[in-house]
Design a protein. Structure first.
Lengths: 112, 109
């Protein structure tokens, strides 16, 4: 069966420090991968998606970047964190865009 | 872009009650999912239901695609049903799964 792993679960980082969040999927190949952010309140916003190795599409211009160095690995990064980067970050995968999405357990990032 | 509206925004019920959550969307979709976000933040997939009716235990969902709405039914509510329920949709040709703002359900013992 397929599983999705996301780490770390929580992170407290100072303003201006770098960020690296990792997401991996097991039990499938060539998944579509997604990074979402849930800020204060309820809405989830798509940040990046990838349909293959090295293929990254950005939905919202911001202080973050994403990379997909391997088929089942998706990384969210920042060179210098801002206070506004605080939030709950969720990674998700799907077989393709027409199928259901499965989410990881999330990373709660607090920038101080 | 597509708009997704969920109602009610908040719902407080006693244990054992039944509830109906609604999701309206503004365009034709080929993917609709209901999620439950538990108190720890994890999004649990409840139903993948772009059309039709599905049931899983005390939960069931119906999507009427031609009228652009979906309903999530919870029967005999338990305190563990508390959390935020999200509806999310995707239109044909798009990668983005667009979320509604959620319904916060509180089940009191």
């Amino acid at each position: 069966s397929q599983t999705i792993h996301q780490w770390p679960a929580t992170l407290v980082q100072p303003v201006g420090s770098p960020l690296s969040l990792e997401c991996t999927v097991e039990g499938t190949s060539n998944p579509n991968l997604y990074w979402y952010r849930q800020a204060a309140g309820r809405g989830l916003q798509l940040l990046f998606y990838s349909v293959g190795i090295g293929q990254i599409s950005s939905e919202v211009p911001q202080n973050l970047s994403a990379s997909r160095p391997q088929d089942r690995q998706f990384i969210l990064s920042s060179k210098k964190l801002l206070l506004s980067d605080s939030g709950f970050y969720l990674c998700a995968w799907s077989v393709s865009a027409g199928y259901g999405y499965t989410f990881g357990s999330g990373t709660r990032l607090t920038v101080v | 872009g597509i708009q997704v509206e969920q109602s009610p925004p908040d719902l407080i019920l006693q244990e054992g009650a039944n509830s109906t959550l609604r999701c309206n969307f503004s365009d034709s979709v080929n993917n609709l999912q209901w999620f439950h976000q538990n108190p720890w933040g994890q999004l649990i997939n409840l139903f993948y239901i772009p059309s039709g009716t599905k049931q899983n235990g005390r939960l069931s969902a119906t999507t009427v695609a031609t009228e652009r709405y979906s309903l999530l039914y919870i029967s005999s509510s338990q305190t563990t049903d508390s959390g935020v329920y999200f509806c999310a949709v995707r239109i044909q040709g798009a990668q983005k799964l667009v979320f509604g703002q959620g319904t916060r359900l509180t089940i009191n013992p």
